[in-house]
Design a protein around this ligand. Structure first.
Ligand code: BES
Ligand code: ZN
Ligand code: ZN
Length: 488
């Protein structure tokens, strides 16, 4: 996909070019492009789309011009902005299929957020993950000519920002979709090193198993020691050249490059999906890459807690007790509840680097999948201001978040007879996990926990993802950093 943002349409239109019209309920959005005659014809097409025989996406000749008609309100339950993303996504897919070299969109009337949504939608249509196919096919390249009128400068800047955000989304998706035998903790570290090397303002610190053990990061050691692939912790730090906010946002990501469940082995049916159990770490890495590239004026760190939850002769045994970095002891009641164990180290590290705000992002519980499914992420927070920002930033990025309670009535269920805590709690599995995490949050730190178990990876088409990683969370994290740097 190529974007060509111009002030006015060239006088002589090429015959390879098609126009695209977005419409909502029989009225055309951003409509100035049509001549009187074309408008009459378009209106009759829209009628035909409402009552038949036309479908919600048509490619027809109107007043001598090839024209796409895209129904912007097709899907149920999406916000107005997400409808635009989807409309642009469907348009781009259709244009690729029809091999239309250039599609012209008149967007001078669009608001900035609307334009941004459309550009995101066009980018999403380009994504494919065919690294494992024996033959790679080249998709047809469509150029989208955006007529911006006097918004040219603004739109160009927005398109640049979207390109950075989409690069991050693609990075996260590629990491998540990669097989676990090809993306084990050390390989993730290599990728993070490369990103740090080529992103100005980004520095990196890596701890291997020996260093983790020496410094008492025992969550990662406990979970990772059963695998032939040793665990790592990666801390990336972005120090802005210009800083407008005193806050230091630390993103902590669950990075289980594979989760067999350990000795509490998972059933085979749900296991292949566990290649995505490092989605949190991938999202954290991708977000900080974009935040640094966009030079947002806020200090941000990302802590990736990387391990493979495998079965081996050194695997943690159910009933084993370890001491976490903050001094609390934990009995491993269930080896499949491993994400919360590695995150204890991420929180300790967040405290060490001086977090004022922590957002952890994790494919943490099956309970969250059952509660909210694939379209909404549940989150927990100890800070109302941060919670509101999460919801608002999510909305701006077409990512849905639902606030869940840190219900103290369930806290006692995490107590253990021998140790301070155990890693399983009540039937309310997502809440139990969040309450466990809360025990490891450094004092006086605003914290939000995002459980993306349902939203990170889909096994059937959802919005702009056919199958696999969705990239959920990347954009909201970037937006959160943007919002936090603007707030003071
Ligand atoms: N990685 C899983 C959670 C998960 C489930 C992610 C489905 C994506 C899709 C996590 O480590 C896990 O297994 N959690 C257990 C915890 C339980 C044993 C207390 C769960 O939710 O079943
Ligand atoms: Zn697990
Ligand atoms: Zn897991």
């Amino acid at each position: 996909m190529k974007l060509n943002i111009i002030a006015n349409e060239p006088a002589k239109a090429s015959n390879e070019k098609a126009y695209a019209l977005f419409f909502v309920k029989e009225s055309i959005q951003f409509s100035k492009v049509l001549s009187g005659k074309a408008l009459d014809q378009a209106e009759s097409v829209l009628k035909g789309m409402k009552d038949g025989p036309f479908e919600d996406l048509e490619f027809l000749e109107i007043d001598g011009n090839n024209t796409f008609f895209v129904d912007v309100a097709k899907e149920r339950g999406l916000s107005a902005l997400d409808h635009l993303r989807m409309a642009a996504y469907r348009l781009a897919k259709k244009a690729m299929k029809k091999q239309v070299a250039c599609v012209s969109l008149f967007l001078a009337d669009a608001a900035n957020e609307q334009f941004k949504a459309i550009v995101h939608g066009l980018h999403y249509a380009d994504y494919k993950f065919d690294a494992y196919k024996s033959k790679q096919k080249d998709d047809f390249q469509v150029t989208f000519e955006i007529v911006a009128g006097d918004r040219l400068k603004e739109f160009k800047k927005i398109a640049e920002d979207v390109a950075v955000e989409q690069k991050a989304v693609i990075l996260a998706k590629n990491l998540i979709n990669t097989s676990s035998s090809d993306l084990f903790p050390a390989e993730f570290v290599d990728r993070a090193n490369t990103i740090a090397k080529y992103t100005p303002g980004l520095s990196i610190k890596v701890r291997n198993m020996k260093q983790l053990e020496k410094e008492g990061f025992m969550g990662l050691v406990t979970v990772g020691k059963g695998s032939s692939h040793e665990p790592y912790m990666v801390t990336l730090e972005y120090k802005p050249a210009k800083r407008t906010s005193k806050d230091h946002l630390v993103i902590v990501g669950k990075g289980l490059t594979f989760d067999t469940g350990g000795l509490c082995l998972k059933p085979p049916k749900s296991m292949p999906e566990m290649i995505s159990d490092m989605s949190g770490a991938a999202t954290a890495l991708a977000a900080i890459q974009a935040i640094a590239t966009l030079e947002l004026p806020i200090k941000v760190s990302a802590v990736c807690c990387l391990a493979e939850n495998a079965i081996g002769n050194k695997s943690v045994l159910p009933g084993d007790i370890f001491k976490a970095k903050n001094g609390k002891t934990v009995m491993v009641d269930n080896t499949d509840a491993e994400g919360r164990l590695v995150l204890t180290d991420g929180f300790a590290e967040a405290g060490i680097v001086g977090a004022t705000h922590i957002v952890d992002i994790a494919t943490l519980t099956g309970a969250m999948v059952r509660a909210l499914g694939y379209a909404v992420a549940g989150f927990f927070s100890n800070d109302d201001d941060l919670a509101l920002k999460v919801i608002n930033c999510g909305e701006a990025c077409c990512e849905k978040f639902w606030s869940m309670p840190l219900e103290e009535e369930y806290a006692d269920a995490l107590k253990d007879k021998f140790a301070d805590l155990k890693n399983t709690g009540t039937d309310a599995g997502a809440i139990a996990a969040a309450l466990f995490l809360q025990e490891f949050i450094p004092e006086n730190t605003a914290w939000a926990h995002w459980d993306i178990a349902g939203t990170a990876f889909v096994t059937k088409q959802w919005k702009y993802t056919d199958y696999g990683a969705t990239g959920f969370g990347v954009q909201t994290l970037i937006e959160l950093a943007r919002e936090m740097s603007a707030a003071e």
